[in-house]
Design a protein around this ligand. Structure first.
Ligand code: NOJ
Length: 495
């Protein structure tokens, strides 16, 4: 029975997709809509131990013997952007982007993680980068934390120890103070779900800790309070003078109900709440989604815990966290199907606690990344759901992209971008979603975490075998450049 339903469903999806593929949206992107590209410090900078930088969790993990990373790759040199940032800015200029999203390496600024000692050379690097961007008319969008916490803080428990909250806020204060005159767009965190669930639950990202059903919730509880405190710091002490804006980037796939049954529709909503709502609900409404609170409390009791494994906010904390965003950054790449189940897995873990099933059909269009299936219509559904669920926020797509093996003739990437952008434009036009920016991941091929250099997302190719790390524009870079000039996905747009 299941396979018949599967088949029928697949048919509906193929049909749906064919419709979307056939015609790209022909409305020009609005004049004030911004286009950019993104990278992150550990993935591109290299210079892992130069000019006083301290060790971070990715240095620590990539230097383990045996290495847990594909091909024993490391970010020791990566794209060498620490030395080649002027070339990076020249590429950005050539693309014609409105903004560049990059992240700051905490241990380059504060080698031990603590704010007692600032590494001036590290700070100078980012000042130079920002200056170069500004000189070329490119707006910096700075991610304060993109997964690379200093190892000395990790040795104390990292994101599971609440002392990190004040350390993070001290670090953010230095950035606001030193860079805030030139940086007007800030993101506190990138994809906290990956930091917490993969970092402290399932051991798929540094610091590779296995504590499912416990570690990810402790991490998130601290991270959300750190986010709120940094946002309030900016709001109270820097905003008036610097006139900037500050948000957070949260990632989620779109979760599509497997069937029209009420149970599957509810299951998909539950999954969205366990992924996107986990962070967005506290930030917009002050507390974890009720389905998380209920499920985890019930399962914790069944498992013999005296209290829920999901920590609780005090009333004061709820009021403090609520409303701490100027816009929502959204990273979206793909879609999963979701169904309910009568036999939920009783073990501990974020996915298990959701008590639903999710998967991607094998025959969906694939990429070089196992988790990344090409499903353009998920883009529109996701942003429309965000609009309806979170009170119509301003949305910046802070990442969206496609992986392959690094070919220069990357037609697959162009086709992905065309269809996802068309779906996004549909959401703006037909559903009135307030999307203000779009960011392609990534400016160039870079260190793809546990996958090392085996999965490539760049608009520019980087020669990782050459000490000079030469960059070469791929076909998609030329395509993106043209899009940024015309702001239009088809031959001729209507306004
Ligand atoms: C999400 C992350 O923010 C980024 O670091 C990563 O490389 C891309 N997605 C692709 O997996």
């Amino acid at each position: 029975m299941r396979s018949v339903i599967h088949f029928v469903f697949f048919f509906i999806i193929v049909f749906n997709e064919a419709q979307v593929n056939g015609t790209l949206n022909n409305k020009r992107f609005p004049d004030d809509f911004k286009f950019g590209v993104a990278t992150a410090s550990y993935q591109v900078e290299g210079a892992w131990n130069e000019d006083g930088k301290g060790e971070n969790v990715w240095d620590q993990v990539t230097h383990r013997v045996p290495s847990p990373i594909v091909n024993n790759d490391t970010g020791d040199v990566a794209c060498d952007s620490y030395h080649k940032y002027k070339e990076d800015v020249a590429m950005l200029k050539d693309l014609g982007v409105d903004f560049y999203r990059f992240s700051i390496s905490w241990s380059r600024i504060l080698p031990t993680g603590f704010a007692n000692e600032i590494n001036e050379a590290g700070l100078q690097y980012y000042k130079n980068l920002v200056k170069e961007l500004r000189a070329n008319g490119i707006e910096p969008l700075v991610t304060i934390f993109h997964w690379d916490q200093p190892q000395p803080l990790e040795d104390l428990g990292g994101w599971t120890n609440d002392i990190i909250i004040d350390q993070f806020v001290d670090y953010a204060r230095i950035l606001f103070r030193e860079l805030g005159n030139e940086v007007k767009y800030w993101l506190t965190f990138n994809e906290p779900k990956q930091t917490c669930n993969q970092g402290y639950g399932t051991a798929q990202k540094a610091p590779l800790i296995t504590s499912p059903g416990m570690g990810e919730y402790l991490c998130t509880h601290n991270l959300l309070r750190a986010h709120a405190k940094a946002w309030r710091l900016y709001d109270e002490e820097f905003r008036q003078e610097q006139q900037g804006t500050i948000g957070i980037t949260i990632d989620t796939p779109w979760f599509e109900p497997f069937s029209n049954s009420t149970a599957d529709i509810e299951a998909a909503e539950t999954k969205l709440q366990f992924t996107f709502g986990w962070y967005t609900n506290p930030i917009v409404y002050g507390d974890y989604p009720s389905v998380m609170q209920t499920n985890i409390a019930r399962r914790s009791a069944q498992q013999g815990f005296k209290e829920s494994r999901l920590p609780q906010f005090t009333e004061e904390e709820k009021a403090y966290i609520k409303g701490t965003y100027d816009f929502l950054g959204v990273n979206v790449y793909t879609t999963f199907l979701v169904s309910s189940t009568d036999e939920p897995d009783p073990s501990m873990g974020l996915d298990e606690d959701s008590e639903v099933l999710d998967w991607q059909p094998d025959d969906w269009e694939s990429t070089a990344s196992s988790w990344l299936k090409v499903v353009p219509w998920g883009m529109r559904k996701l942003v429309t759901w965000i609009k309806n669920t979170y009170d119509n926020p301003k949305i910046m797509i802070t990442e969206n992209g496609y992986s392959d093996n690094g070919t220069l003739e990357d037609d697959g990437r162009i086709s992905y971008y065309e269809r996802y952008l068309s779906s996004l434009r549909d959401a703006m036009e037909l559903d009135g979603v307030d999307v203000i920016a779009y960011t392609a991941w990534s400016l160039m091929d870079n260190f793809e975490w546990m996958q090392g250099y085996s999965e490539k997302f760049g608009l520019y190719h980087v020669d990782f075998n050459s000490p000079n790390r030469e960059r070469t524009a791929k076909k998609s870079a030329l395509w993106y450049k043209n899009l940024l000039e015309t702001r239009c996905l088809v031959e001729e747009c209507v306004d």
